[in-house]
Every structure is written in structure tokens, then in C-alpha cells.
Design a protein around this ligand. Structure first.
Ligand SMILES: Nc1ncnc2c1ncn2[C@@H]1O[C@H](COP(=O)(O)OP(=O)(O)OP(=O)(O)O)[C@@H](O)[C@H]1O
Ligand SMILES: O=P(O)(O)OC[C@H]1O[C@H](OP(=O)(O)OP(=O)(O)O)[C@H](O)[C@@H]1O
Ligand SMILES: O=C(O)c1cccnc1
Ligand SMILES: [Mg+2]
Length: 491
């Protein structure tokens, strides 16, 4: 088998946990496969102690659902599976059922690039129980990682305060697919470009880069290396100055700048990849300015993250462009988001929806039941709170109360007629048909930036961000409380 090409043989249907398939089989056998259900995908805590999260990955989910099909190879593999007693794991009639399976769910989701918060549904799936169940693992796989990295990228780009952030992560990313998804998510989160050429080709992300220390080391002197690079790329000269001695490197870059000037070309900048970046960037800035290159940019890299970036800004480092790899694409300080996918309602045999809760000793693990949506309220263009509400609730009252799902003493009154509002979930699939027009990636990135603008800076600071209010509409709060009490046999 070719490991890195054609590995999936065109089908992702088996990219799931085995228990999804055994449950699917058992649903089918017990006559429950077509019973209608609602599931929600959500997370319980913002990553990185952030005050917000950026949604990413929906486009992959759309692609997954559109190609939701077990192909001949998948079915052959499943047919060959055996139980301990040597009998086939799956009845041939079930294999035939899978073969004919036609994706027919309704899916609503928050758009990529949305600013989102714990406990609110990112994706809501309604459809036959068996299909809803089969979507769990692949959707979580996709959404958990891309949302995590998009959030990390947004935190970094917010601290960069408009300076370009170049994503350099490919060499340290979690494998091939992890690298591609991370480049995509980093761009959604606000990075300007990627060094990953394949991500550029596949997703249309701008590709950019400088050169490595090995380039310098391949020549007899740093100056000779700069000259050869300028010869090949006279319009794209950003010289890496720290291979031997950063100050001498900047002097050489300035000499090159003068040579380029004589040819009617321009020194774009320098890159510093070691040492005290505040100190060296300022020394380099002064040298470049004095030599008549005020437009030459200083690029910095070397194990940067949002915290070091923020510190460098406070130190007034003269850095214009930030190259960030490892800590961005691996989401270094929190390797997984922890989003979950939980049943919220099931239709009974009389066609009535029954809301469902999973009870837990840990109150944070008790899900929000029912077919619900999220409404975001805005005042003077700024987001003020999110309300999770049951779709059939009458919201025409003058005043609504939202209640914190984990602390009923935390409440907020909302006067809907004095505020603008929008529902966060938008229709993606209706009965298996795609109704959503997928935006261009560059537009999603733009949306992230403009969505973040709508939030007060208190929610965006790195340390102890102010918690954005998200609450349950009162009747949903009571429904949930009663269901939990019922499940615990209190009433
Ligand atoms: N002024 C600064 N304030 C805070 N952190 C900084 C500052 N300058 C550099 N850093 C960070 O400090 C760390 C320095 O790491 P390290 O000691 O491994 O690098 P180095 O010795 O400078 O370079 P290298 O090992 O790549 O030659 C990096 O994460 C870098 O981003
Ligand atoms: O530091 P990151 O945020 O991951 O950014 C990417 C790094 O990759 C390159 O060098 P590499 O780390 O391969 O070698 P180095 O450690 O000698 O710099 C580059 O010079 C950066 O340092
Ligand atoms: O283009 C660069 O400067 C670059 C690319 C990948 C990793 N580090 C640096
Ligand atoms: Mg390094």
C-alpha cells in the first residue's frame, strides 16, 4: 500500500470508532435505526483559558456528509470481520443496509469563523438515529482540531494587533493531515499566509516564506549567500541575519539593500530567529533606519506564541511580521478541545419529541436537552449575550431571562425589542440535501476578524478574560432542571 497517497482509497466511511458500527448494527437489529433523533456537538470549556473560541472545520464536515457512503472496499472489509466464535460480526443484510444507506439528516451549524462559547451547539444533527450516531466520531475529529487551532491563531493574531502572522508549522505539525488542517485553521483564525505549499494548493491560502540557515551555510560567506538569493529573487529579499552574528548579519543585509537599490530593487526585510528578539529587533531597526531603509520589515521567529508575542509588544520590540510554527499548529498548551456530541432529543413511537439529558455527578457534564438554537444579542453593534432556547419557544415577551446553566443565581434580563439579534445556527443540510453555500476561505478569515471586532476587548485579553454571558432561556432552564431531577428520582 502506498502510505502517503491513496491511503483512504476515496472513502472515509470507516474513519470512525468501531463502537459506532456495532451500535449501528444493534440499532438496526432492534428496529431503532430509523427512529428520529437530535444530537448536538458542543464543547464545555474554551481552550487555552481563552475568553472565546473560533469555530472551524465545517467545510470538512460538509464534505464528509456529502460523501457519506460505504464503498465496495469498506463493505468487503466489514463483511470479513469475525466475532470470537468465528461468525461474521455483521449480518449480510446489515451490510446491504449500509450499502443502500442514503444520508438524509438535517444539519444546522454555526458558520466557520464564528466566535462561539461553551455549551452552545456548534452543529445540530436531526435524522435517523443510526445516521446521527455514525456522524459522531468523524465530526468530532474534524471540529475539535480545527476549532482548537483557529482559536490559537486568533489569540495570536489579536496580540499581533494587525501585524501579519506567517504560519510556519508544517515541520512540527501532527502528521500530514494534521498539518494541512492546521494550516487551514490558522488562516481562518487570522494568519496571513502559510509556508505549507500543499495547503496553498488545496485551500488557496497565500503561501510565503524566507530562507533557512542552511542556505547561508551552503556558501563561503553570508554575503555570498545573500547575493545569490537576491540574484534568484530580487523582488523577494528577506534575509535571515542570525546564522553567525546578528549585528554583522544586519550590516550585510544593509549592504545588500544598497546593491539592490542600485538595480532599482528593494530590500524587503530581515528575519531574526534567535536571541533576545526585543533587543535585536530594535538594534536592527535603528541600523536599517539610519542606513535609509525605513520600509524594510523585521520578521521574527523562534518558538513564539501569543504570550511571548504580547510580551515582545510590551517591550516595544521593533517587529513587523511574526513567523509562528510549533506552538500554533500543535496547539502546544492544550492539545485537544474536548468537544462532545450528545443526544438531545428522541422521537417516541407516537411521533412526539422527548428531550434527553445525560446525568452526571459533574454538573458540567449534564447536557442541554431539546431541539435548541442559540440567539446572539447585540447592542450598538457589540455582542452582549447568547441565549440558548428551544426552537418552539415564544420569544415575543418584553423581557426574557437567561440563566447560567451551572449557576442558577447568575441571571440576566434581556429586552429583545431593544436589541438586535441573530440565530447562530444556520441550515447546512435539509433532508440530506446541501442548502448552504460554502464561503471562500479568505472570506471566512475576514469574517473571523470582523466577528471578533464585535466583542468587547475584556473577553479577548489573554489573562483572566471577562466571561461572556451565555444562558438558558428560562423555560429551557426549567425543562433541564426537571429532567435532571426526574432522572435522579427526585420527582
Ligand atoms: N525579549 C524577549 N522576551 C521574551 N521572550 C523572548 C524574548 N526574546 C526571545 N524570546 C523567546 O525566548 C525563547 C528563547 O529560546 P532559546 O533560548 O531556545 O533560543 P535562542 O537560544 O535564542 O535561539 P536558538 O536556540 O534558536 O539559537 C524563545 O521562545 C523566544 O521566542
Ligand atoms: O519556532 P517555530 O515557531 O516552530 O517556527 C518555525 C521554526 O522553524 C525554523 O527553524 P527550526 O526550528 O527548524 O530550526 P531552529 O530551531 O534551528 O531555528 C524557523 O527558523 C523557526 O525557528
Ligand atoms: O520561510 C521561512 O522563513 C520558514 C518556513 C518554515 C519554517 N521556518 C521558517
Ligand atoms: Mg526553532
Amino acid at each position: 500500500m502506498k502510505i502517503t497517497r491513496d491511503l483512504y482509497q476515496g472513502s472515509l466511511a470507516l474513519l470512525t470508532d468501531f463502537y459506532q458500527l456495532t451500535m449501528a448494527y444493534a440499532y438496526w437489529k432492534s428496529g431503532k435505526s430509523e427512529q428520529e433523533a437530535v444530537f448536538n456537538l458542543f464543547f464545555r470549556k474554551n481552550p487555552f483559558q481563552s475568553g472565546f473560541t473560533i469555530a472551524a472545520g465545517l467545510d470538512y464536515v460538509i464534505d464528509y456528509c456529502r460523501n457519506f457512503k460505504f464503498d465496495e472496499n469498506d463493505l468487503a472489509y466489514l463483511s470479513e470481520m469475525r466475532k470470537e466464535d468465528g461468525e461474521p460480526t455483521f449480518d449480510p443484510a446489515f451490510i446491504q443496509y449500509l450499502k443502500e444507506l442514503d444520508f438524509c439528516c438535517d444539519i444546522d451549524a454555526v458558520e466557520e469563523g464564528s466566535v462561539i462559547f461553551p455549551n452552545t451547539p456548534m452543529i445540530r444533527v436531526k435524522g435517523p438515529l443510526l445516521q446521527c450516531q455514525l456522524l459522531e466520531t468523524p465530526m468530532l475529529n474534524i471540529m475539535n482540531f480545527q476549532t482548537l487551532v483557529a482559536t490559537k491563531a486568533a489569540r495570536i493574531t489579536l496580540e499581533a494587533k494587525g501585524d501579519p502572522v506567517l504560519e510556519f508549522g508544517l515541520r512540527r505539525a501532527q502528521g500530514i493531515d494534521g498539518a494541512l488542517a492546521a494550516s487551514r485553521a490558522s488562516y481562518i483564525g487570522g494568519c496571513s499566509s502559510t509556508s505549507n505549499v500543499m495547503a496553498g494548493k488545496l485551500f488557496g491560502i497565500p503561501v510565503s516564506g524566507t530562507h533557512a540557515h542552511s542556505w547561508i551555510m551552503a556558501f563561503e560567506s553570508e554575503m555570498a549567500a545573500f547575493e545569490a538569493y537576491a540574484d534568484a529573487f530580487p523582488d523577494n529579499c528577506i534575509f535571515l541575519v542570525d546564522t553567525y552574528d546578528t549585528i554583522k548579519g544586519v550590516q550585510n543585509a544593509i549592504r545588500m539593500g544598497e546593491l539592490l537599490k542600485e538595480k532599482g530593487k528593494k530590500l524587503l526585510g530581515i528575519r531574526i530567529d534567535s536571541g533576545d528578539l526585543a533587543y535585536y529587533s530594535n538594534v536592527a531597526r535603528e541600523m536599517l533606519d539610519e542606513a535609509g531603509f525605513p520600509d524594510a520589515k523585521v520578521v521574527a521567529s523562534n518558538d513564539l506564541d501569543e504570550h511571548i508575542l504580547s510580551s515582545l509588544k510590551l517591550q516595544e520590540a521593533a517587529i513587523d511580521i511574526w513567523g509562528i510554527g510549533t506552538k500554533l499548529v500543535t496547539a502546544y498548551d492544550q492539545p485537544a478541545l474536548g468537544a462532545v456530541y450528545k443526544m438531545a432529543a428522541l422521537k417516541d413511537h407516537d411521533g412526539k419529541w422527548v428531550p434527553k439529558v445525560k446525568v452526571s455527578q459533574q454538573s458540567i457534564k449534564i447536557n442541554i436537552p431539546g431541539y435548541h438554537n442559540v440567539k446572539r444579542f447585540y447592542k450598538n453593534g457589540k455582542a452582549v449575550s447568547d441565549m440558548i432556547y428551544l426552537e418552539n419557544t415564544d420569544l415575543s415577551a418584553q423581557e426574557l431571562t437567561i440563566i447560567d446553566p451551572y449557576d442558577p443565581t447568575k441571571r440576566k434580563k434581556i429586552s429583545p425589542d431593544q436589541l438586535e439579534s441573530k440565530d447562530m445556527l444556520v441550515p447546512i443540510f435539509v433532508k440530506g440535501e446541501k442548502v448552504y453555500t460554502r464561503p471562500l476561505l479568505a472570506d471566512i478569515r475576514q469574517k473571523t476578524l470582523s466577528n471578533l471586532e464585535k466583542f468587547d476587548k475584556a473577553h479577548k485579553r489573554l489573562i483572566n478574560p471577562h466571561i461572556y454571558p451565555v444562558g438558558l432561556e428560562e423555560s429551557l432552564y426549567h425543562l433541564r432542571t426537571n429532567l435532571v431531577l426526574q432522572a435522579k428520582n427526585f420527582n
